[in-house]
Design a protein around this ligand. Structure first.
Ligand code: ZN
Length: 289
């Protein structure tokens, strides 16, 4: 069933575990996430990014998540979340389409512009009882980012004092932080270490739930420590894409004559399900539905 983020987030804060925010682009990935949540009796956040909305269309992807949550997993709390919203307009569209949670990612802009865009989204979203996540510091996304991050990490890492000012000025409900985490496939081949001192400082300073993006490929003990230091939402995108596409490639290679998309895609649903189940166990949200 579709629920508001507020209730399941409050429970996660009280009981010290993290919610997974799992990325979807299509029906099959959505099914994999929901079936995993059901198997583990866990609440889940389904993240649809602004890029995925451009791919699938806002209404189609919204309806897939809402309808599947209602009909396939009626007893599992499911939150519909806009991930990496990049404009005021994208936030407004999703708020009007029934999302209870929005991320506005203006982290590439200078501090004042990030504050100004994020603040305007917060003011609008709060009128409709929608929660907002902002980002300060910048989680590397591209190959160029990763190169630059190695040379000048301070350009990316979240500064605790700036985080305080950002939260105060914007009124965001939670904060995505950059503490050594990296988006994308890079880190699966090159494990990273998180900066826990920084994370703890930020958590003490801002007193709102923290979000860890780019958590695919992080070791279990790093994730556990991040949760005990104040991370309450963990985004998984790359590992889902990897499971989906690797399974698809294998299925196609094994069954060269097969043309039925249902038979070709079913193993990918299972592959996504397995990844999400494992994450739910690590995050501690198992049995919390
Ligand atoms: Zn992200």
């Amino acid at each position: 069933m579709l629920v508001h983020l507020k209730g399941i987030l409050e429970k996660a804060i009280k009981e010290n575990y993290a919610l997974g925010c799992f990325a979807t682009h299509n029906l099959e990935t959505t099914l994999g996430i929901l079936l995993a949540a059901q198997a583990k009796s866990s609440p889940v956040i389904i993240g649809v990014s602004a890029r995925s909305i451009r791919y699938a269309g806002l209404k189609p992807i919204t309806h897939i998540v809402k309808t599947a949550a209602k009909n396939i997993t009626p007893l599992i709390p499911v939150v519909l979340h806009l991930d990496h919203g990049d404009t005021f307009h994208s936030a407004v569209e999703c708020i009007q389409s029934g999302f209870s949670s929005i991320m506005i990612d203006a982290s590439e802009l200078p501090f004042d512009e990030n504050v100004s865009l994020t603040k305007s989204v917060v003011e609008y979203a709060h009128r409709f009882n929608v929660m907002v996540e902002g980002e300060i510091g910048r989680v590397p996304k591209t190959k160029e980012d990763i190169k630059r991050f190695k040379l000048k990490p301070e350009e990316f890492l979240t500064d605790p004092d700036m985080a305080i000012e950002f939260v105060k000025k914007t009124g965001v409900d939670r904060l995505a932080v950059s503490i050594g985490n990296i988006h994308g496939i890079y880190k699966i081949k090159n494990p990273v270490k998180l900066d826990f001192l920084r994370l703890e400082k930020i958590a003490r300073a801002v007193k709102i739930p923290l979000v860890l993006h780019g958590a695919s490929g992080l070791e279990k003990k790093e994730i556990k420590k991040a949760i005990s230091s104040g991370v309450r939402i963990i985004n998984i995108h790359t590992e889902i894409n990897l499971a989906f596409s690797q399974s698809l490639k294998k299925t196609l290679a094994k069954n060269k004559e097969e043309i039925d998309p249902r038979k070709i895609l079913s193993p990918s649903i299972e592959a996504v399900k397995r990844v999400v189940e494992k994450k739910i166990e690590i995050f501690g949200s198992i049995g919390k539905a």
